[in-house]
Design a protein around this ligand. Structure first.
Ligand code: THG
Length: 264
């Protein structure tokens, strides 16, 4: 599993405060903790600042990269903010995100192409947010075809089926899982990721629902997730599922995590 640590997101109150007060130590502590917990990428999001998103995203990139070696996931729908953040990012980042919306696709595509960055592609088009697995699959196929035509190596692409809360509609769980499986069996070479904590929005014991969902989604072919990596139970379940799906030959990683006292 490719884990993208989600915690440095300005929609969270603590992060908004830290950005407002330019609290370097707070952001850096959270970055280091996520890397130590096993995050492969650290997501940074300054979306709470409508007019100054680029400026704050640059600050987040510089602040986080001063203390971690893992690449960052630049989380913004705004091509200008992405471009500004990419200029200061050391090494190749992941872009979060492109979509099948015409304007966004055309504006973000050159950034992906020129940089060779990895990119999250949202299963969303100008027709809006997809409801059913069928709709997600159609958008996913179109994205794969367009990205391929534009010369993007599909192994650098992370399709995001867009997870919606089961508290809003009971069918959103099954529909998301079906979409994951049907995208996985296309065998395109692209990864599948999602901001899976959306699944539990509006219900108590959210961590429990997120844990259940990540196990089910891995079983259907999801190989990446945008999550809170400080949740030890979830990270332990990921390691256990990797053994069961034979994604961790000879349980090497599992045994290593066990010896290091990281499993619960
Ligand atoms: N897909 C992609 N990117 C994404 C998302 C996605 N980026 C943003 C989001 N969804 C994933 N990241 C987060 C980050 C933090 C939280 C949830 C998702 C979070 N939320 C608390 C809540 O909703 O209750 C906020 C509470 C607080 O203030 O701390 O922590 O789907 N490609």
């Amino acid at each position: 599993m490719i884990i993208i640590g989600e915690l440095i997101n300005s929609t969270r109150k603590a992060i908004k405060r830290a950005i407002d007060e330019q609290d370097v130590a707070f952001i850096q502590d959270l970055a280091v903790k996520q890397e130590e917990a096993g995050a492969d990428y650290i997501d940074v999001n300054a979306g709470a600042y409508v007019h100054e998103e680029g400026k704050h995203l640059i600050w987040l990139v510089e602040t986080v990269q001063a203390v971690v070696s893992k690449p960052l996931t630049l989380d913004s729908p705004d091509p200008k903010a992405l471009e500004a953040a990419m200029k200061v990012h050391k090494g190749v980042p992941m872009i979060n995100s492109i979509s099948a919306e015409k304007e966004r696709y055309n504006q973000v595509m050159p950034l992906v192409k020129e940089s060779g960055a990895q990119v999250i592609a949202l299963c969303m088009s100008d027709d809006g947010m997809p409801e059913t697995a069928d709709e997600r699959l159609e958008v996913a196929k179109r994205l794969l075809s367009d990205l391929d035509k534009d010369g993007i190596d599909l192994t650098n692409v992370f399709l995001d089926p867009l997870i919606k809360p089961v508290s809003v509609n009971g069918e959103y769980g099954p529909q998301a899982l079906d979409a994951i499986e049907r995208i996985a069996v296309l065998g395109s070479g692209a990864h599948i990721t999602s901001g899976l904590s959306n699944i539990s929005f509006g219900l108590p014991h959210r961590a429990l629902l997120n844990q259940a969902f990540i196990v089910l989604a891995m079983g259907r072919g999801m190989d990446s997730a945008i999550v809170d990596p400080l949740d030890k139970k979830k990270m332990s379940l990921v390691k256990a599922v990797e053994v069961i799906l034979n994604l961790d030959p000879y349980a090497m990683n599992y045994l290593k995590a066990s010896r290091a006292g990281r499993l619960i």
